[in-house]
Design a protein around this ligand. Structure first.
Ligand SMILES: NC(=O)c1ccc[n+]([C@@H]2O[C@H](COP(=O)([O-])OP(=O)(O)OC[C@H]3O[C@@H](n4cnc5c(N)ncnc54)[C@H](O)[C@@H]3O)[C@@H](O)[C@H]2O)c1
Length: 278
């Protein structure tokens, strides 16, 4: 395979690790030029080394508007244009419960996971209009953007907001030839997992192996996701293969959100058997 993004230029936030990194590597392999932004500069530099001239790494904190604007500017300066914007960076946000969350915690979480996606749309759309070319915006929501009970309040609210952003962006931007879609990953083995549970970074790989085993049966496809599973979906939404698709939030979750996690049907069937044999 290769060439599905030939001639395209993409910006990827959170490009140094996990889903963003796998997507950056896949985009380059498919012929794109990539500007990857992140705050993990060591990992970003390592990525840039391995990708050569096809990828530029730039420090970019997505809670700082000027940093998002600067990523788009770098894509234009370095590679001449922008075709794809992937609003992906994120972290767990404030884990506080409804009773305990503070205004500061809620604001910080929404700024990181939702306002950044609005601003990514803003600067990408302005550039696409300037170019007169249209373009594709992909954002990372979550299964926590589709259901409650999957994460904390702040994270869930912010990832639901991404769905709203994609839908309103579709209303405003589709007539301009600009598409906006999202992926909603399920349980995906990245550093965000260890980060959320206080696992030391040096034990991250070991923890991911442990967790993958523990959570394998939490989706109908009996394994957890890997960053490449999500990157493959992002590639499709970024490429011209999806040119008639906009406003979509695509679960990439091994079927998790298609079923009731309660598993009541199997429990009811078991109860029926137990009842009849009692
Ligand atoms: N891993 C999962 O199970 C899962 C599930 C659903 C959604 N997501 C979402 O996927 C996206 C990518 O996360 P991941 O799982 O690849 O985790 P990850 O930790 O491997 O990657 C996230 C990247 O975002 C960067 N980042 C964090 N805060 C930033 C900021 N302020 N500015 C710029 N970069 C910042 C981190 O440095 C890191 O490189 C996030 O939006 C996350 O919420 C992950």
């Amino acid at each position: 395979m290769g060439g599905r993004l030939d001639g395209k230029v993409a910006v990827i936030t959170g490009g140094a690790s996990g889903i963003g990194r796998a997507t950056a590597e896949l985009f380059v392999a498919e012929g794109a030029k990539v500007v990857a932004g992140d705050i993990s500069d060591d990992l970003g530099a390592e990525l840039a080394d391995s990708c050569g001239d096809s990828l530029t790494y730039q420090h970019a904190d997505i809670t700082v508007e000027a940093d998002i604007e600067a990523l788009v500017a770098t894509a234009v300066d370095r590679y001449g244009k922008l075709d794809v914007m992937f609003n992906n960076a994120g972290a767990g946000g404030d884990p506080a419960s409804i009773q305990d969350i503070t205004q500061e915690g809620a604001d910080r979480t929404l700024r990181l996971l939702a306002t950044s996606v609005i601003l990514g749309h803003r600067y990408a759309a302005r550039q696409f209009v300037r170019q007169g070319t249209g373009g594709s915006i992909v954002s990372t929501s979550s299964v926590a953007g589709l259901q409650g009970g999957q994460s904390s309040l702040g994270y869930t609210a912010a990832k639901h907001a991404v769905v709203g952003i994609v839908r309103e962006a579709t209303a405003q931007l589709a007539p301009l030839g600009i598409r906006s879609n999202a992926v909603a990953p399920g349980i995906t083995m990245t550093a965000i997992m260890g980060g959320s549970f206080g696992i030391p970074r040096e034990r991250d790989d070991e923890f991911k192996t442990f967790l993958a085993r523990a959570l394998a049966d939490k989706q109908p496809i009996g394994r957890v996701g890997q960053p490449g599973d999500v990157a493959n979906a992002v590639l499709f939404l970024a490429s011209d293969e999806s040119e008639w698709i906009t406003g979509v939030v695509l679960p990439v979750d091994g079927g998790q959100t298609a079923i009731s996690m309660g598993g009541w049907l199997a429990a009811a069937a078991q109860a029926g058997e137990d009842f009849l044999s009692a």
